[in-house]
Design a protein around this ligand. Structure first.
Ligand code: CA
Ligand code: CA
Ligand code: CA
Ligand code: CA
Ligand code: CA
Length: 371
């Protein structure tokens, strides 16, 4: 594995020192054919200018999926909560939260709570919130400022182990270092965390995602590629390269990663390829075969998406708006009509993406990751 990595690194350096956008097939990478879809909803704009929006996560309401919420990071200010129309419902001035993730059913006293957690660059920490299912209001349940030993926290994702039922947070830095923390309830009904593992991936990392059924942890090394580890902390650090940026359909930076869950261990790993304004789709199984790519183009009312940082995908039916779930992406350049405005998130019905592929992707709107 180490040897393969060194060889790949040399290939990458050779490519980068020549002309960075030329693939090994000799065509410019932006020529690689990807399916084009359009967004049906966009969120309200960020309140801050410049590069502000970063990473979205969808919370599925336990009883009425049409009341599900989108939680996005404004990396200059805090967390923004939107409804499925994209309307801002709540702003939490939590600080410079960069990446966000969600897990369901964390035991807190005699209650089960859904948690939203984020890497927070204001305090070099992990911030943890609980969602009230009736009001949709987020409240901070961090037992303390859970400070990381990393130089500066950057990427972030959560994991619920299928074998132990324990909840973990992965946080990583621009130096490619990763920490894994176990989340623990305290006697006063708050959530604390204890570091259980640290390891080094490579150069700059950020986007990550864990597969709660298959027990995998994926992380993007931004200029290099996508790596796959075992997510449980007692497992070996053996890892595997899913794909590297010398592939004709990939380029730096690899940004957000997300998983589309379907029944029987089926589904997809999706990666934001920032440099090409595309999203690469892989099988979710061990082999992670590449299936194709897509981009979000200009629609009649909603502009297309460029330079995406974070993404999220939901298979589950979310009521009338998104009966087959949705894909959500940060848009680096939002336009309203001809006017450039501040950043936001774009939402695409999953079936638009699934049906755009020549061999259609699965649409499974019943597999319930909440359970
Ligand atoms: Ca950005
Ligand atoms: Ca995320
Ligand atoms: Ca990045
Ligand atoms: Ca745009
Ligand atoms: Ca717009």
């Amino acid at each position: 594995m180490k040897m393969i990595r060194i060889v790949k690194l040399f290939v990458l350096i050779a490519l980068m020192s020549g002309c960075s956008q030329i693939s090994r097939w000799g065509k410019t990478k932006s020529d690689y054919p990807c399916h084009v879809v359009t967004a049906s909803i966009e969120t309200d704009n960020m309140d801050t200018s410049g590069d502000s929006a970063d990473d979205p996560a969808v919370w599925i309401h336990p009883d009425d999926p049409s009341k599900s919420l989108i939680i996005g990071t404004n990396k200059k200010a805090g967390l923004v909560v939107y409804d499925l129309e994209g309307k801002e419902k709540q702003f939490i001035p939590a600080g410079r939260v960069n990446n966000v993730d969600i897990r369901y059913g964390f035991a807190l006293g005699d209650k089960k709570v859904d948690i939203v957690a984020a890497s927070n660059r204001s305090f070099n920490s992990i911030s943890i919130f609980a969602i009230d299912p009736d009001s949709g209001i987020l409240s901070d349940v961090s037992a303390r400022t859970i400070m990381s030993a990393l130089d500066e926290v950057y990427g972030f994702c959560l994991y619920k182990s299928p074998s132990s039922g324990k909840y973990y947070a992965f946080v990583n830095s621009k130096n490619g270092a990763v920490e894994q923390w176990e989340l623990k309830a305290t006697s006063n009904l708050l959530i604390d965390a204890e570091k259980v593992r640290s390891f080094q991936v490579g150069l700059q990392t950020e986007g990550c995602v864990a597969d709660d059924e298959l027990g995998y942890f994926y992380i993007g090394e931004e200029t290099f590629g996508i790596w796959k580890y075992f997510a449980d902390p007692n497992q070996p650090l053996d890892h595997k390269l899913v794909a590297d940026t010398t592939e004709p359909y990939l380029s730096s930076d690899i940004e957000g990663l997300t998983i589309y869950y379907a029944a029987d261990g089926k589904g997809y790993l999706i990666a934001s390829v920032q440099g090409l304004n595309t999203y690469a789709v892989y099988e979710r199984n061990w082999k992670n075969k590449f299936l194709g790519c897509f981009s979000i183009g200009d629609g009649s009312e909603i502009d297309g998406v460029k330079e995406t940082d974070g993404i999220d995908v939901i298979n589950y039916g979310l009521g009338n708006k998104f009966p087959n779930g949705c894909f959500i992406a940060q848009d680096g350049y939002n336009k309203d009509g001809d006017k450039d405005t501040t950043q936001n998130f774009k939402i695409v019905p999953w079936e638009s993406i699934a049906n755009s592929f020549d061999k259609k992707l699965l649409i499974d709107n019943t597999f319930d990751i909440r359970k």
